[in-house]
Design a protein around this ligand. Structure first.
Ligand SMILES: [Zn+2]
Length: 233
């Protein structure tokens, strides 16, 4: 099983889908994450330099079980719906050929999250088309499952629930690797609270992540269960 998680900013993939990614990694999946925007210099915490921030990313990736982390280093608040960014995403999709893709859901009110949702949806069809050879000549098969995850804007409707009760501590540990971000807000507490809320409402207890199913093919039913390793390769 191959998974790609596209995050507007480093740590968004943990907040929205970290538990699911850990469960997939434990089941032997190959996990690739994409960080589109680099951290914002205007809120640069002077206690953490660039090398320190890269060390935070590496530590979080270790906890998640990420195999490949692609950073596009787009400048914050300069992100445009450009061909360049689309092609960078297409390149990742054609190289890693994921069966499941995680992207921000469509109703995120944060502009960069909403833009990355649109860029990702565009890149998904571009990757499987015969055009755009500059991003790799071999079109990739369409993923069986594309899931929208929540970060800044909790979803009021969702169509897939993942029980993350047995990996919640690891999800929180991955978030805690980002010490620079926790100085701004206690995201470790926030994701624990949201997971318990989602667990209580959807499962009657425990912890959960919820998703908007953006694309589904018949073989995706088994792919949704991280305990099912699916096809090798
Ligand atoms: Zn973000």
């Amino acid at each position: 099983m191959r998974i790609v998680a596209i995050a507007p900013h480093p740590d968004d993939e943990i907040i929205g889908a970290g538990g699911s990614l850990i469960a997939h990694a434990r089941a032997g999946a190959e996990i690739t994450t994409v960080h589109v925007v680099e951290r914002d210099r205007s809120t640069l915490d002077h206690e953490t330099d660039d090398d320190g921030f890269q060390a935070e990313i590496a530590k979080a990736n270790d906890v998640l079980g990420v195999n490949h982390c692609v950073q596009l280093f787009c400048r914050s608040r300069d992100l445009l719906p450009s061909r360049e960014v689309r092609l960078a995403l297409v390149r990742v999709l054609r190289q890693h050929r994921p069966e499941i893709v995680y992207i921000p859901h469509s109703d995120e009110t944060d502009q960069e999250h909403e833009l990355v949702h649109r860029l990702s949806m565009d890149a998904l069809w571009m990757a499987s088309s015969r055009f755009f050879a500059e991003a790799g000549t071999e079109p990739s098969p369409a993923p069986t499952l594309v899931l929208g995850y929540e970060v800044w804007t909790p979803m009021h409707r969702f169509s897939h629930v993942q029980d993350i009760s047995d990996v919640l501590d690891e999800k929180v540990e991955a978030m805690r690797a980002y010490t620079s971000q926790l100085r701004l807000a206690r995201w470790d507490s926030a994701i624990r609270g949201l997971a318990h809320y989602r667990g209580a409402v959807s499962l009657g207890g425990g912890a959960a992540e919820v998703f908007d199913v953006l694309r589904l093919t018949p073989s995706a039913v088994s792919a949704m269960d991280p305990r099912n390793p699916g096809q090798e390769g």
